[in-house]
Design a protein around this ligand. Structure first.
Ligand code: ADP
Ligand code: MG
Length: 254
């Protein structure tokens, strides 16, 4: 589904991503882990076209997308959430979710929503409600996003990313700041989405969560790929243990 080949992202003298290669099979959950500054968010930005690679290739289902603009990559079925919550707290869940639809080529958030054709708006409204129901937030569609607990805000962001039914979903630290129970709900939701055919690439710092959830892991450190393998292989990997000195990789399921 996704093939990243020797990707490079250079910021002046800094190689934030250096020759990273990996692939993602349809229907799997792949975890991307590594210390702060390892280049994980930068890698997301180059896969989604937010900030294209300065070297290497990214292909989606065989089609090269390395230099395509973000909205074209989005049209090909790739959606994401961001590391920091990006919601409009004074808008309803429904309005926030509908904003996931504008990203397919419209400039400006609310402004563009206001200019949608009526039929288009009705379709987007319907789609947003469907995705809110899909993630279990349907009953709160007309609540203001700012009234949600953080865990639900994270799930709302996933609903917004799901507008237009992406086949590949990239999640940047979706469990950051969540309580234990909220993390369990997130795990349940992501597994269900995977079972419904959504392929998932997830950056997450919570080792218990990521080891429980994913099929496979890619580990980055200082811009480079350090290791790749199953959760068990990664737990046992000496270089990974060194990069994560002080983090307990032995812990069981979240
Ligand atoms: P991670 O998400 O793994 O914590 P990032 O991808 O955010 O890491 O950052 C990797 C490195 O690239 C860091 O050293 C960061 O400071 C640098 N970096 C990220 N974005 C930019 C940018 N737009 N300009 C310059 N340096 C950047
Ligand atoms: Mg990051």
């Amino acid at each position: 589904m996704l093939e990243v080949e020797r990707a490079v992202k250079q910021f002046g003298g800094l190689r934030a991503v250096s020759d990273v290669s990996f692939s993602l099979r349809a229907g799997e959950i792949l975890g991307l882990i590594g210390p702060n500054g390892a280049g994980k968010s930068t890698l997301f930005n180059l896969v989604t076209g937010v900030s294209p690679a300065t070297g290497g290739r990214v292909t989606l289902g065989g089609q090269e997308v390395t230099r395509l603009p973000a909205r074209q990559i989005h049209r090909l079925g790739v959606a994401r959430t961001f590391q920091h919550v990006h919601l409009q707290p004074d808008q309803t869940l429904l309005a926030n979710t509908m904003m996931g639809g504008y990203a397919r080529g419209r400039a400006g958030l609310l402004a563009s929503l206001l200019h949608l054709e009526r039929a288009e708006e009705a379709a987007l409204h319907h789609e947003a409600l469907r995705q809110l129901e899909r993630v279990g937030l349907g009953p709160h569609a007309y609540t203001l996003a700012g009234n949600l607990a953080l865990g639900q805000q994270r799930i709302l962001e996933i609903a917004r990313a799901l507008v237009a039914d992406p086949t590949l979903l990239l999640l940047d630290e979706p469990a950051a700041g969540l309580r234990y129970g909220e993390k369990l709900e997130l795990i349940t939701l992501l597994r269900r989405l995977r079972d419904e055919g959504v392929t998932i690439l997830i950056v997450e710092h919570d080792m218990n969560l990521v080891m429980t959830l994913v099929d496979r892991l890619v580990v980055m450190n200082s811009g480079e790929k350090l290791a790749e393998g199953s959760p068990d292989e990664i737990r046992a990997h000496p270089a990974v243990r060194e990069a994560y000195l002080g983090v307990d990789l032995e812990e069981g399921a979240a």
